[in-house]
Design a binder for this molecule. Structure first.
Ligand SMILES: NC(=O)C1=CN([C@@H]2O[C@H](COP(=O)(O)OP(=O)(O)OC[C@H]3O[C@@H](n4cnc5c(N)ncnc54)[C@H](OP(=O)(O)O)[C@@H]3O)[C@@H](O)[C@H]2O)C=CC1
Ligand SMILES: O=C(CO)COP(=O)(O)O
Length: 337
């Protein structure tokens, strides 16, 4: 294991994923300050030394210091890891910029397109922190609960700067958490964003009782949607065959730890959208991303029929069964188009 005893990192967002990554980093010997917008949540973390709201019953390692004041959380940090939902990502960067004279080394583990603008998170970074010297995204098949429990996981750390990707991967890498590196930041972000929308589709199909064949078809044709958009926007084809592509797609479409899949399941079983969102009670990135992704695909003239149907169910009142029928009734065509 690398000797990281001198590294210090600030994690913004003490939800399930921010806390799980903070636990991993602390177990690796990194000094972690964990901040959240909700000061009472931070006080509760400190008091119980666990995150009873998002990861109940799993103790926080000693190396984690919950901090309520952002300025103190950021002072003398070597790295800042942003893990708030994509809807709060831009504000998080603005808050960092307001407090840090010299931009520190940035990492994010949020997955989604910015609600409202449809931008990738690296584009938000370029707008809010122009000329930022070092940034990377962490993505891949990784449920927070399993990482918090120390179960084996593999992810991708992507940065345009390969040396920075290596440095970030070294912080996270350990025998139970393999961090691979990539320079295809756009491809990695795209895979992590689109899979959330496709997991809603898989959940809908399963909720309707359409079976394993339909699920496998949705995953495979969903991957075709990721690859078509990726080819248009400049992602590398190989990225979509890797952890941040097919890896996360399969995980999220097939396991009920996924909040996006659970949203689809509930809709397929006849629950209302509002009731399903309420019952899940955590970030469901595919909800906003479905709308932004559908608009992005239309702007770039990329055919993404599964995405379009998920958007129709979530925003246009399309009944889940009609959405699946609309996909099945499409004209026959060659598979590899
Ligand atoms: N959970 C997982 O397994 C994984 C999650 N991710 C990604 O990580 C990101 C965070 O998700 P996750 O931790 O799971 O979500 P959770 O719902 O578990 O927690 C979200 C956290 O972010 C806070 N938050 C919500 N909105 C904002 C905002 N606008 N500004 C600042 N803070 C905010 C919440 O605070 P409050 O409690 O006050 O609402 C909470 O602390 C998402 O992009 C998700 O896709 C990626 C991989 C795995
Ligand atoms: O991104 C994730 C696993 O890699 C978590 O998926 P959900 O947000 O659907 O729970």
């Amino acid at each position: 294991m690398p000797n990281l005893s001198h590294a210090a990192i600030t994690v913004l967002g003490a939800g399930s994923w921010g806390t799980a990554l903070a636990m991993l980093l602390a177990r690796n010997g990194v000094a972690v300050r964990l901040w959240d917008r909700d000061a009472s949540h931070i006080a509760a973390l400190e008091k119980s030394r666990s995150n009873e709201r998002y990861l109940p019953g799993i103790p926080l390692p000693d190396g984690i210091s919950p901090v309520a004041e952002l300025g103190s959380a950021l002072s003398e940090s070597d790295f800042v890891l942003v893990v708030v939902p994509s809807g709060g990502f831009r504000d998080a960067l603005k808050n960092i910029s307001a407090l840090q004279q010299t931009p520190g080394k940035l990492i994010w583990a949020s997955k989604g397109l910015e609600p409202g603008s449809g931008k990738f998170l690296h584009q938000v970074v370029e707008e809010e922190m122009p000329g930022h010297p070092a940034y990377a995204a962490l993505s891949g098949p990784s449920f927070a609960l399993e990482v918090a429990r120390g179960l084996p996981t593999a992810v991708t750390v992507a940065s345009p700067d390969p040396a920075y990707a290596d440095a970030v991967a070294e912080l996270f890498h350990c025998p139970t958490f393999r961090a691979y590196t990539s320079t295809d930041l756009l491809g990695v972000e795209l895979g992590g964003s689109v899979k959330n929308v496709l997991a809603i589709a898989a959940g809908i199909s399963d909720g309707l009782g359409y079976g394993a064949n339909a699920r496998a078809a949705l995953i495979t044709r969903g991957l075709a949607e990721i690859m078509r958009l990726g080819a248009k926007l400049g992602g590398q084809r190989e990225t979509f065959m890797g952890l941040a592509g097919v890896g996360d797609l399969v995980l999220t479409c097939t396991d009920n730890l996924s909040r996006n899949r659970r949203l689809g399941l509930a809709l397929g079983q006849g629950q209302t959208l509002a009731a399903a969102i309420d019952a899940i009670g955590q970030a469901i990135e595919g909800l906003e991303t479905a709308k932004e992704l559908d608009a992005l695909a239309t702007r770039h003239q990329v055919d993404m029929p599964i995405t379009a149907q998920v958007k129709a169910v979530l925003y246009d009142g399309a009944p889940p069964a009609s959405a699946v029928q609309a996909l099945l009734n499409r004209e026959a065509k060659a598979e590899l188009l």
